[in-house]
Design a protein around this ligand. Sequence first.
Ligand SMILES: Cc1ncc(C[n+]2csc(CCOP(=O)(O)OP(=O)(O)O)c2C)c(N)n1
Ligand SMILES: [Mg+2]
Length: 365
Amino acid sequence: MAISGHLKRAKEKNRRNAYVLACHLGLFFNILRPELIRFLLYVGETSVSLSLEKSLELYEQMYLMRRFEESAAQSYTERKIGGFLHLYIGQEAVATGVIAATEEKDYVVTSYRDHAHYLAKGGTAREGMAELFGKEGGCSGGRGGSMHFFDAEKRFMGGWGIVGAHVPLAAGIGFAAKYKNDGTVAVCFLGEGAVSIGPFHEGMCLAALWKLPVVFVVENNRYAMGTPIHRTMSTEDVSTRALAYPMARATVDGCDLDESYEQARIAVKRAREQSLPTLLEYKTYRYRGHSMADPAKYRTKDELEEWKRRDPLNLLKTKLTAKGVEESVFKQIEDKVEAEVVDCKEFAEQSPEPAAETLADFVYI
Ligand SMILES: Cc1ncc(C[n+]2csc(CCOP(=O)(O)OP(=O)(O)O)c2C)c(N)n1
Ligand SMILES: [Mg+2]
C-alpha cells in the first residue's frame, strides 16, 4: 500500500513536471515566434535617407512646433488661453519623422498632447492657435481647445483626452482601410502611460488578430503626469508589449529625426503592403511639465539637462551643418517661422468668439 501510494505520487509529480515543461516550451515559442517575424520582416530592408531639401523642410516644421508652443505658453500666462495646455517641446522629432513617412491620404490619431501632430499633418498655425484661444476660426471651431484638435479633411482624427481610449479607434480606422481596400494606413500616437490600460490591449489585440494596417507609436517620455515609468512597468523596454499579440516591434531614438523617419517608414510600408501592424517605441522626453499647471518637481535638473543636450532641433541642425548647410539658411527658415507665429497669434486674437446661440452645437444632449 505504501509502495503503491509512493508510485502514485511519483507519477503525479512526473505529470506535473511534464506540464510545467510544456508551459515553458509554449511560452518560449510564443516569445520566439514574434521575434522571428520581427527579424524576417527587417531582412531585405534597405534604408532610405531623407534628402537635404526634405530635412530642411522638416527642420522648419520642427522649429514651427517649438515656437508655436512657446508662444502658446506665453499666451497662457497672459490668460488668453483657458483650460489645459500640454506642451510637446522636446518630442518634436517623433511626430515630424513619423508623419513624414506617411502619405497625405493616411490617418493620424493621437492623445491630448496633439499640437505638433496636427501641424505635421498639414494643420495651419492660424487654425491651431485660434483653437487654443477658443475662437471660431480654430480647427475645431474653438470648441475643442488644446486637447481636441481635429481636421477630418486632412485625416487628422484628433486629439483625445482619455488615456488609451483612442487606441481602439485607431484599430477601427485600420479596419475601415482594410475593408475598403483603399491602401491607407492609420498611425496612432500614445504615451507610455497608456500601455498598461485596457483599451490599449483591446486595440492591439484586434489589430494583430485582423492584420490591420496600423502603426502604434508609443512616445515614451518617461513620465505619465508625475509618475516615472519604473513605478508602473516591470521593464524599461516598452516595445515588449508587442510580444503578446504578436506584432513586429522596434525601439527608436526619438531625438533623432532620421531614425524617427526611417523606422516609421519601414512600419508604414509593412502596414500598406502587407496589412500588418507594428508597435514602435520612441525614447523621448518632454522639457516642460505634464501641463502648464505642473512645475515638474519630480525630476532632477541634471536629468532634464542631460536630455536637453540631445535636443532634436539642435541634433538635426548639427547634422545638416556637417553636410554643408550654412547658418544663413537656418536663419532664413527661423525668420519665416517667427513671422508665422506672430501672424497666427494675431489671427487668433482677431477671430470671433463662437456665437452664444451655437453653444449646444456639436454637443450630444
Ligand atoms: C483613463 C484615464 N485615466 C487617467 C487620466 C488622467 N491623465 C491624464 S494624462 C495622464 C498621464 C498619461 O501619460 P502618458 O500616456 O505617458 O502621456 P504623456 O502625458 O506623457 O504624453 C493621466 C493619468 C486620463 N486622462 N484618462
Ligand atoms: Mg509619458
